[in-house]
Design a protein around this ligand. Structure first.
Ligand SMILES: *[C@@H]1O[C@H](CO)[C@@H](O)[C@H](O)[C@H]1NC(C)=O
Ligand SMILES: *[C@@H]1O[C@H](CO)[C@@H](O)[C@H](O)[C@H]1NC(C)=O
Ligand SMILES: *[C@@H]1O[C@H](CO)[C@@H](O)[C@H](O)[C@H]1NC(C)=O
Ligand SMILES: *[C@@H]1O[C@H](CO)[C@@H](O)[C@H](O)[C@H]1NC(C)=O
Ligand SMILES: *[C@@H]1O[C@H](CO)[C@@H](O)[C@H](O)[C@H]1NC(C)=O
Ligand SMILES: *[C@@H]1O[C@H](CO)[C@@H](O)[C@H](O)[C@H]1NC(C)=O
Length: 415
């Protein structure tokens, strides 16, 4: 059996794929085959310790067929034999609960080395979520699971919350736009209180109808626990200033969180004031995404003041589309001049009048900001300065990437 496994693994992966297609009487997906063939010829699939297979379906390629459950059946059988595979990107395909079941089997397979699995925007629902969650309760090696954009719903959320209570290894879990409901959110926040290994969680755009924002209270109570959580995505949650106040109570007692994503909420000047008080209190927060809220000039001024306080370690801030005008934006430009830590700022979608354009031109000219660290670029017409948009955004997965690199470093074979 061991000998057979060795022989199987030495066979080019494309041949293995073709053989299993024939066995299962499933048509070869030319896109999958082409990728597997390229893998064999251009990379050291058999000798590298870390290899990611990218079969994401969001590409414009002639004749391209998105992966279906049958493709996943073949792939999961085939990949069990290749222990160099550490990453599998299957985002934006047509995988349903049936495909999720095959992947759960792959995750449960003995000796699996898979570290990251991306299933963003497929068609996995409650049952598939249950199978995936349950497969992670065994000896899975998975560090990162991205399921955003699959409608796993209330029970799917509860399944993952339950899974997190059991000893496991997962470090990143993305459940944004998954139709999570209040119970799932509460379950997840409870699980996070109890010694999980999670470093990054995304629960953006849950379905929350209550005006009381109970979820914010639960997350706030979770934050003071010294958990492993360093990156938290809470976009599109309808978060108001009241919710922000609740959340800030927990943030003030938190010693770990470095990345807080509050995109597309309803935070205004008062919410920004609460957040600025968090920053003034020796918060470890390094990255804050407040894009598409409405903090306006007063909010921007509160934050600017906090950023300059000794103790704030904020490095990156996005306040895009917040109805901020000249005074607020000039105070942020001033904060950049005075803060020793702030390196990245994103401001597009506010009112960029000429004094603001001048100030940002100056910051760029003096090298205080480089073009990679902001989303505006100055240009001049008839002696007047304007700003154009650069498509630069806050990076996601900031701290999880660190983890991957650390792990890759410590696991790599001796040179
Ligand atoms: C985990 O692995 C150990 C040994 O490697 C085995 O004894 C145990 O049954 C496995 N547990 C599960 C849940 O698969
Ligand atoms: C969790 O895992 C560690 C090491 O893998 C083990 O020592 C510990 O007993 C486990 N705890 C539970 C509750 O399974
Ligand atoms: C917390 O984890 C421990 C084991 O690590 C487990 O015994 C306990 O039931 C968990 N508590 C909750 C509330 O999940
Ligand atoms: C979590 O772990 C810490 C030490 O690592 C331990 O003191 C504490 O009791 C654990 N809590 C739970 C709920 O398991
Ligand atoms: C968490 O850790 C910090 C220091 O890192 C400590 O001051 C604080 O008391 C701890 N909190 C809890 C609830 O254990
Ligand atoms: C933008 O802010 C101004 C005040 O600076 C306010 O009058 C206006 O209503 C705001 N616009 C929106 C769309 O909120």
């Amino acid at each position: 059996m061991a000998f057979l496994a060795t022989v199987m693994a030495a066979e080019p992966i494309a041949d293995c794929y073709k053989a299993i297609c024939e066995n299962e009487k499933i048509a070869i997906n030319p896109f999958v085959l082409e990728n597997l063939e390229r893998t064999t010829t251009t990379s050291c699939f058999l000798c590298c310790r870390n290899f990611t297979l990218n079969l994401a379906g969001n590409r414009k390629q002639k004749g391209f067929q998105r992966l279906t459950d049958s493709d996943i059946l073949v792939l999961s059988k085939c990949l069990q034999n290749y222990q160099t595979l550490t990453g599998l990107d299957l985002g934006y395909n047509n995988i349903s609960d049936e495909g999720a079941a095959y992947l759960a089997m792959l995750l449960e397979a003995q000796d699996t080395t898979l570290r990251s699995l991306d299933l963003t925007f497929n068609n996995i629902q409650t049952h598939g979520a249950e199978l995936l969650a349950s497969s992670l309760q065994g000896n899975s090696s998975l560090l990162s699971l991205r399921l955003s954009g699959n409608k796993i719903g209330r029970n799917g959320g509860l399944d993952f919350a339950g899974m997190l209570r059991v000893n496991m290894t997962l470090q990143e879990l993305e459940l944004g736009e998954c139709d999570l409901e209040m119970h799932g959110m509460i379950g997840l926040s409870t699980a996070l209180k109890n010694n999980t290994t999670l470093r990054s969680v995304d629960v953006s755009r849950a379905l929350l109808f209550s005006l009381l924002e109970e979820w914010a209270v639960h997350f706030s109570k979770m934050l003071p626990v010294n958990s492993s959580l360093v990156e938290l995505h809470l976009g599109k949650m309808g978060l108001t200033d009241t919710g922000m106040e609740r959340l800030s109570e927990g943030l003030k007692l938190n010693h770990r969180l470095r990345y807080l994503d509050l995109r597309c909420n309803r935070v205004s000047r008062d919410g920004a004031l609460h957040l600025s008080k968090v920053l003034k209190g020796n918060s470890p927060l390094e990255v804050i995404d407040l894009s598409s809220n409405r903090i306006e000039d007063p909010g921007a001024e509160y934050l600017s003041e906090a950023i300059c306080c000794e103790g704030s370690v904020l490095r990156e801030l996005s306040v895009c589309r917040n109805n901020i005008s000249t005074s607020g934006l000039l105070s942020l430009a001033g904060a950049l001049t005075n803060s020793p830590t702030l390196t990245h700022i994103y401001i597009w979608g506010n009112h960029l009048e000429e004094p603001v354009c001048q100030a940002f031109k100056e910051l760029l000219n003096t090298g205080r900001l480089t073009p990679e660290q902001t989303d505006v670029r100055p240009y001049e017409v008839d002696g007047h300065v304007f700003l154009a948009e650069l498509f630069h955004h806050l990076r996601k997965h900031l701290f999880f990437t660190d983890v991957n690199e650390q792990n890759a470093g410590s696991d790599s074979p001796q040179q």
